[in-house]
Write a protein that binds this ligand. Structure first.
Ligand SMILES: Cc1cc2nc3c(=O)[nH]c(=O)nc-3n(C[C@H](O)[C@H](O)[C@H](O)COP(=O)(O)OP(=O)(O)OC[C@H]3O[C@@H](n4cnc5c(N)ncnc54)[C@H](O)[C@@H]3O)c2cc1C
Length: 466
């Protein structure tokens, strides 16, 4: 790369930034961009393009997720002066209830006496037929926060962006609703378009090396229940299910004020049928009111979740982040978006917007932080899948936590499960907790006996069937 281009590839007074997507990754990038611009004393134009209006109820105004804001993210937002508005908070979460095939257990924050700062929100303005007034959307709250910092929201869709003919020149963003085509020459284009959009494939075909992450289709729905019933039955707890169902990786029920959000993540693409099967499972039925029937119509969405990370998500003047690039597997996607937005905005302002700057300042550290950690995540999730599919092993572990006879072991298992379910610590650290020699020595004989009992049960069941 020539020296001239390198000098050119920095943000300065009058630079223009186009952010494609007003989800968390886009808003967080805008937040950090306005912060770093102010710190450097430069005046930049920041525009976020998103056609979605988060004032709408139902999937059209929603970025479709369970809406759990992790404790880490809550704290980081506070440090940035972003205090989640009270009207957006649906519930404060204290514990996680982990339901396996036969039995379940309430998991607490590992530090005794610590009340976790986890909250639940709606990403859009609540489910389709909800009757609340005003706007409770978390994504809208974030957009309003950055609008107050001078960021402009353009409520139009981006159709494409074009690499310049001459290396180092601005990138052309083509946007507009319907047939209209407007152009915006940007010194930096931020791809924060998520994985539920054709923009990912378009960027993949632009020949700068970007390969979108692989994704699977998840299934979610919102079930309306009275606030009193939710309080009595779910309390301040997220329910996570490992029911050894062939297609399901995991399922959760997240309490909100007058709804519960049911989220299913599968090993492959899920459909409405998987959702109905789950809602009819005895462990789920048990949580619903007596005589409750699955409503004929309810707010439901099929959204994608990344299962690998995007490759080479940067070039001169272009950086892709959030779900469309690298995020933590299956957990705390919004926190990943925050971390990656900070890293990439810091790089853009302090090191420049060249391919090399993004590679060294953003992509390599992001890979170290998340992509490598996800490998530990895959191992941990596989172990978890196996253990929870073996009833006897699952039961014996739950019994240890519940009985309280061996406090030390119970606390260690609680800590591992808590961190797996909340995403509070990196997978690598959870892996080290789970392979702690004292714990392994303690649990090996117990789990081996449970495994042998499980095999005996399996053989008896097989003999009965044949
Ligand atoms: C079932 C499920 C449950 C989840 N639960 C949680 C949870 O509880 N907590 C958590 O932290 N994470 C959760 N996640 C992950 C979380 O939803 C994502 O990690 C997060 O939304 C990623 O943010 P993003 O900004 O990258 O993408 P998105 O949130 O998808 O935002 C992308 C935005 O880009 C816009 N856009 C797309 N294309 C264009 C275009 N061409 N022009 C203009 N705008 C465009 C879209 O309208 C959208 O607003 C969950 C995910 C799933 C699937």
């Amino acid at each position: 790369m020539s020296k001239i281009n390198n000098n050119n590839l920095v943000l300065r007074n009058g630079s223009k930034i186009a952010i494609i997507g007003g989800g968390p990754a886009g808003s967080f990038f805008a937040h950090f961009a306005s912060r770093y611009a102010a710190e450097m004393g430069i005046d930049v134009t920041i525009k976020i393009f998103d056609i979605k209006s988060f004032c709408q109820k139902g999937p059209r105004g929603c970025n479709m997720c369970a809406g759990v804001i992790s404790e880490n993210l809550f704290t980081k937002l506070e440090e940035e002066g972003i205090n989640i508005a009270q009207h957006c908070v649906q519930k404060k979460i204290e514990c996680y209830y982990f339901q396996m095939q036969d039995d379940g257990v309430l998991l607490h924050h590992p530090a005794s006496g610590h009340t976790p700062r986890i909250v639940t929100v709606f990403r859009g303005n609540g489910p389709l037929r909800s009757i609340h007034e005003g706007n409770v959307s978390f994504d809208d709250f974030l957009l309003n926060h950055v609008k107050e910092r001078g960021v402009e929201l353009v409520s139009e869709v981006v159709k494409e962006f074009r690499l310049p003919d001459t290396k180092g020149d601005p990138v052309k963003v083509i946007y507009g609703n319907g047939d209209s085509k407007n152009e915006f020459d940007a010194d930096l284009v931020v791809g924060a378009f998520g994985v539920n959009t054709g923009m990912m494939e378009k960027a993949g075909k632009m020949n700068f090396g970007y390969k979108p992450p692989k994704t699977v289709r998840t299934c979610q729905c919102e079930i309306m229940l009275s606030p009193e019933y939710i309080e009595k039955t779910f309390g301040n707890n997220v329910f996570v299910f490992a029911l050894a169902k062939e297609k399901l990786k995991f399922a959760s029920i997240t309490p909100k004020a007058d709804y519960v959000t049911v989220s299913l993540v599968g090993k492959t693409d899920l459909t409405r049928k998987n959702l109905i099967d789950f809602l009819n499972h005895p462990a789920v039925r048990k949580l619903m009111p007596k005589d409750w029937e699955i409503p004929k119509s309810f707010c439901m969405c099929i959204s994608r979740i990344p299962v690998t990370y995007g490759k080479h998500s940067y070039t001169d003047r272009i950086v892709i982040l959030g779900d469309a690039s690298i995020s933590r597997s299956y957990k705390s996607g919004i926190e990943s978006a925050f971390n990656m937005a900070k890293l990439s905005a810091y790089t853009a302002f302090k090191q420049g917007v060249s391919e090399g700057a993004f590679k060294e300042g953003y992509f390599k550290p992001a890979k170290r932080l998340l992509a490598r950690d996800n490998l530990y995540g895959i191992i941990m999730l596989k172990i978890n899948d196996y253990l929870s599919s073996q009833k006897q092993i699952a039961n014996v572990n739950i019994k240890i936590i519940k009985s309280g006879k061996d406090r030390e072991t119970a606390n260690k298992i609680n800590e591992i499960l808590w961190n797996m379910l909340t995403g509070n610590r990196p997978y690598k650290e959870i892996f080290h907790l789970a392979t702690n020699p004292r714990l392994v020595l303690k649990m090996l004989p117990i789990n081996s006996f449970a495994w042998a009992r499980q095999k005996r049960d399996d053989i008896s069941a097989w003999l009965r069937r044949n």
